[in-house]
Design a protein around this ligand. Structure first.
Ligand SMILES: [Zn+2]
Length: 295
């Protein structure tokens, strides 16, 4: 292992010598190179870095399952060239931590989980925390400004402008929160649970949801309890991650519909041709409709 590493180092050193002129040009241009594990953090990074850097998102296709993702050597090279790497954190994209760990130690990491205070083992779907993007915009402006003090004011102004653009979403969340009033809901799996908790909903089937997320069968007891709650209309709505296929979940959704309970459809990854804001707002608009039919 050590020998392989040494050899790899020698090859890298040779490569570095050959591309030395390219490197100094890069340094002179002062442009920041930012790599994000997933596209929605890449979006906020682009907004904040503006004209003074480039942003690459590794997972930028809604059909890639981030839970199962494994990076290619091309991705490893891209990460090795980065000044700043953005991770979701919380164990969601630990492949990126490994790539960064294998690097020389100069790359700065901004973790969304750390920015909003989510620890390992907690729900890792950090982008469903309503405060995540305003906080990320500020954290990125700070990091970019530290690396490139000449444009610090621009990064701060870009972050403020991005946060302002989030205002319709922030307002929508506030309206939803006012009506949630601690109502009980059930979920197919935990992707949307950070949003539900922030809005004030109570999730009655976390054990069932965890089993589905781990691709194992929920226990007969979990299924029995959920079926009873549906039958007695004890939930305001059911949240379905439409990107997870599960026979158990399909059966539950059929029961939910038969009982006349609304289904809120959400996704793990950002759909094609959407922005973070439009994606969130379309899901929250569905929820607003559900709330309005219930009042
Ligand atoms: Zn997930």
């Amino acid at each position: 292992m050590k020998l392989t590493h040494w050899l790899a180092g020698a090859v890298l050193a040779l490569g570095a010598a050959l591309t030395l002129s390219g490197c100094s040009t890069h340094a002179a241009s002062n442009k920041l190179t930012v790599v994000s594990s997933v596209d929605f953090y890449g979006e906020v990074a682009k907004a904040v870095v503006g004209d003074y850097g480039t942003v690459t998102s590794v997972i930028d296709n809604p059909d890639i399952d981030p839970h199962d993702y494994e990076p290619t050597t091309a991705v490893a090279k891209t990460v090795a060239r980065a000044n700043v790497v953005i991770v979701n954190g919380g164990g969601y994209d630990s492949w990126m931590d490994k790539l960064v760990g294998a690097d020389s130690g100069t790359v700065k990491v901004v973790s969304a989980a750390k920015v909003v205070g989510i620890r390992d083992g907690e729900n890792e779907h950090v982008w469903y925390k309503p405060e995540v993007m305003p906080k990320m915009a500020r954290a990125l402006a700070k990091q970019f400004g530290a690396l490139d003090p000449k444009h610090r004011a621009a990064y701060t102004a870009n972050a403020t402008a991005y946060i302002k653009k989030l205002q319709p979403l922030t307002a929508q969340i506030a309206r939803l929160k006012a009506k949630a009033a601690g109502q009980a809901v059930a979920v197919s799996e935990p992707v949307f649970s950070n949003a539900l908790s922030a809005l004030g909903y109570r999730i009655i089937n976390p054990h069932f949801a965890a089993a589905v997320e781990e691709s194992t069968d929920p226990s007969p007891k979990d299924i029995r309890e959920l079926t009873a709650a549906i039958k007695h209309k004890q939930i305001a709505f059911f949240v379905q991650n439409v990107q997870v296929e599960s026979k158990v979940v399909s059966n539950i959704v059929a029961q939910v519909r038969a009982a006349g309970i609304p289904v809120l459809k959400v996704t793990e990854t950002m759909p094609a041709k959407q922005t973070y804001t439009s994606w969130m707002m379309s899901q929250y608009a569905q929820l607003e409709k559900i709330q309005n039919t219930q009042k």
